[in-house]
Ligand binder design. Sequence first.
Ligand SMILES: [Zn+2]
Length: 267
Amino acid sequence: MNELTSAREREAPSARAHIGGGLRAGLRLLLDVALPPLCPSCREPLGGGAGLCAACWSKLSLIEPPYCARLGIPFTYDPGPGLLSMEAIANPPSYDRARAAVRYDDIARALVHRFKYGDRLDLAPMMGRWMARAGRELLEGADALIPVPLHWRRLWARRFNQSAALAGGISMLAGPPVLHGAVQRVRATPQQVGLSKSERAENVQGAFKVDPARKAEIAGKRLVVVDDVLTSGATTEACARALLRAGAGHVDVLVFARVVAPVRTPI
Ligand SMILES: [Zn+2]
């Protein structure tokens, strides 16, 4: 049995956790009693437990080596250790390495959507577990996890920061503490959806700032920026730049899902 198979078998029957507090939690509980829990991706009833149904789980596209040593973009064949993708050479990011648990395909999109907009905070430990596995080498020796912050207005509307919830799940398994509030989103930016790569970069330019009072917690530290989805990389890049400007010693990026073009070959 390979590692992937055993990981799938371990994850499928994961325990269900409830969102805490408030009227919505009460309603969720009532609904759970009245209705069987549904797969967050296909909405089919789950036989028991939570997480994905067996069919969606088997279709989920985990990102495994071989991949670009820098960006974690999967390769179609193994070119040997340390090889970089064309993207990493042509347009190197300011952070050191990026890793993602899964490809951002239909299953991952549905999962992220339920998690983020459907109040499914209970999915965070499962998603965090996959991220901890994908980011093992980044998390070894990391001093802290930095969730990509939301602007306070969006946080107020959404009621939770999905990146902070994922970072919490990773921290419980892998150890590094989550540094909340050290980086702030000082500018409210429109959603990145529908923007081109250059528009995305422009949109988040100057959006993040390290709280001057928290600089000592950043300076010289090995940090891992945590986010839910990496599309163009503009958001994580802007966040990493803010950390490096504040004196961070080393910055890596760990996301749940990343957009991957169909064919990637190393050069
Ligand atoms: Zn399903």
